[in-house]
Design a protein around this ligand. Structure first.
Ligand code: GLY
Length: 445
């Protein structure tokens, strides 16, 4: 059994880590991988967005399964190209990946399926967007670029002036290129967010355990948005009944609406949900595993992830029921100096082995690279090579224990300019003890 994982971040390290422990004993390749992945898989020097290079490699090596981490190659048709060559892929084709690749497409599918989501209008000219903003009865509003914008295309505008600036930057200055040719102005929803990653085989949809992530750089959800500074799994107060409700009111209606359009969804459908005072709604869909949610979800998965991905890719998920360890998982991200505005490369990372040796702790690499040979007596030095550098995940009996272990792991690791949020999963601890509720009072799924 040979498996190819496409990507080189923390999410892909978590996938590789799980696959390399599969009872199917696969040989795992990762393109391009990173310094941590290299210890568990054969890294292939081909970028995740180099479709031709990936096709060449897969045609030569014939992996039994390819699992695609990031969204861009899926939106660009990687799964279609692989399937045309008879290669088994876990990931949606380009049409289905429009659930992430086009916000307007996702909204239309949600409307067709009756999935609850924020009200919106779509605009292709600044004049039309400005008129909608002038008629807006309340602020903030959300201004979104329709296409992929590397996580930067969603702006929460506090007032009309900020919203006009966002529209101008997308439709006039074209700062996101073609991704900003269509702009959505959307109702700003408030509440508690939940990420639900759902395995889909074209017919059957199987949810993984729910997670929450932290998007802002600073404690207390302050500062600019990032790719994600931490996460935890499961979510206190969002139990099996809530997951069933999300499947019934959101995921299945959307998959059915896609099917009516002739689109079969195979891979992970990531439902970004929010529980508002008016109930459960959809913020967004992604066409891939979440990052860093995956790093908090997979340590709790008792079932064989590779078997599940193979079943999903082959249309054989019916009857699958993933099992989970009873422990909770907390993931804390370490980012490099300057992130998220920039990132810093080449800062040597110390303490990785000490952190990984702590009970219940797994250190997933993201933006890391081998910095040089230490002479063969010790593992080669590893240095920062991107914005998000590491994700330290820890399992524990209860969130307080998991959190303590994750931060113990963080304290064992050092590099210049390292940034972490000190408050990851604090609210999960308080919700677990009953001190707070993460969801609106009286909300019942
Ligand atoms: N954690 C957010 C995402 O993966 O898009």
């Amino acid at each position: 059994m040979r498996v190819l994982v496409v990507g080189g971040g923390g999410r892909e390290h978590a996938l590789v880590h799980s696959f390399s422990r599969s009872s199917l004993r696969p040989q795992v390749f990762c393109a391009p991988g990173n310094a941590g992945i290299a210890a568990e898989a054969d890294c292939v020097p081909v970028g995740a967005e180099d479709l031709e290079g990936l096709l060449d490699f897969a045609t030569r090596e014939r992996p039994d399964l390819t699992v695609v981490g990031p969204e861009a190659p899926l939106v660009d048709g990687l799964a279609d190209r692989f399937r045309e060559r008879g290669l088994l892929v876990f990931g949606p084709d380009a049409h289905a990946a429009q659930m992430e690749g086009s916000k307007v497409f996702a909204k239309e599918v949600m409307d067709e399926g009756g999935a609850p989501t924020g009200a919106y209008s779509r605009h292709t000219s600044a004049e039309s967007a400005f008129a909608a903003l002038a008629a807006q009865s309340a602020y903030p509003v959300v201004v979104k670029a329709d296409g992929l914008a590397a996580g930067k295309g969603v702006i929460i505008a506090a007032d009309e002036a900020e919203a006009r600036d966002a529209v101008e930057s997308m439709l006039v200055a074209r700062s996101f290129g073609a991704a900003g040719d269509v702009v959505l102005i959307e109702e700003h929803l408030t509440g508690s967010e939940v990420s639900l990653l759902v395995l889909c085989d074209g017919e059957t949809a199987v949810p993984l355990a729910p997670a929450q992530d932290y998007k802002r750089i600073f404690a207390g959800d302050r500062g600019p948005n990032t790719g994600g500074m931490g996460s935890y799994c499961p979510v206190p107060g969002f139990g099996p009944q809530a997951v069933d409700a999300a499947m019934d009111t959101v995921v299945q209606p959307v998959l059915d609406a896609l099917r009516r359009r002739g689109i079969t969804y195979r891979g992970v459908l990531y439902a970004g949900l929010i529980v508002t005072a008016d109930g459960l709604k959809v913020l967004e869909f992604n066409c891939r595993f979440g990052d860093p949610e995956t790093q908090a979800v997979l340590p709790r998965l008792e079932s064989d992830l590779l078997e599940l991905c193979l079943a999903a890719a082959s249309g054989e998920l019916a009857g699958a029921a993933p099992s989970w360890v009873a422990e909770d998982c907390v993931t804390v991200v370490m980012a490099s100096a300057g992130y998220p505005a920039s990132s810093h490369k080449g800062d040597v990372i110390e303490g990785l082995e000490a952190a990984a040796a702590l009970p219940g702790v797994t250190v997933y690499h993201a933006g890391t690279a081998v910095a040089g040979d230490s002479g063969g007596t010790r593992p080669p030095a590893v240095a920062t090579a991107g914005g998000r550098v590491l994700a330290v995940s820890a399992l524990g009996g209860g969130f307080a224990a998991a959190r303590e272990r994750a931060y113990e792991g963080i304290r064992a690791i050092r590099f210049d300019g390292a940034q972490t949020r000190p408050d990851i999963a604090e609210r999960a601890v308080r919700a677990q003890t009953g001190e707070i509720s993460l969801f609106p009072e009286g909300w019942r799924p």
